[in-house]
Design a protein. Structure first.
Length: 151
């Protein structure tokens, strides 16, 4: 029962994060980085929900790969978990930057510096969401459920 509660809380946090990407007044991305023209274009081109989906899928996907695909006794130490966290934390901003760059190129816009500053903020969001996902799904792993912290 306790483990299901962790899963429900993790899913609720992820859904709230995704819902806040649609918000105009309390947009999670605009809270971390705001540049009037840049963020207006992100909002007008409806890029926030797609980036929120990329971040959530990377976080939950990375945690699922660690706990259920890798799931090895030889790979159940905290530093192995941290390496998967690092890979996800680095891949999510790269994927979001590629998405932003592609959408802006098609729209004829050029916001290179702003895009780089924006995606550095995604590092923190991705790391936090990966931790949430890890604590939500780790309980059903046969070998890695004690990683990064013992129960």
């Amino acid at each position: 029962m306790k483990h299901s509660i962790f899963l429900a809380i993790g899913i609720a946090i992820t859904i709230a994060f995704y819902a806040l990407s649609y918000s105009t007044g309390a947009n999670v991305f605009e809270m971390l980085y705001f540049n009037q023209g840049f963020n207006d274009q992100l909002f007008n081109l409806q890029m926030y929900p797609v980036m929120a989906a990329i971040i959530a899928l990377m976080a939950w996907g990375g945690a699922a790969v660690y706990y259920y695909v890798i799931n090895s006794v030889k790979f159940d130490r905290w530093y192995h978990w941290a390496s998967v966290l690092a890979v996800c934390t680095l891949l999510a901003p790269i994927a979001c930057y590629a998405y932003i760059d592609n959408k802006f190129a098609h729209a004829g816009l050029l916001y290179i510096d702003e895009s780089i500053h924006f995606v550095t903020q995604i590092l923190f969001i991705e790391a936090l969401l990966f931790i949430v996902a890890s604590f939500s799904i780790r309980w059903w792993s046969s070998n890695c459920r004690h990683t990064p912290f013992p129960q």
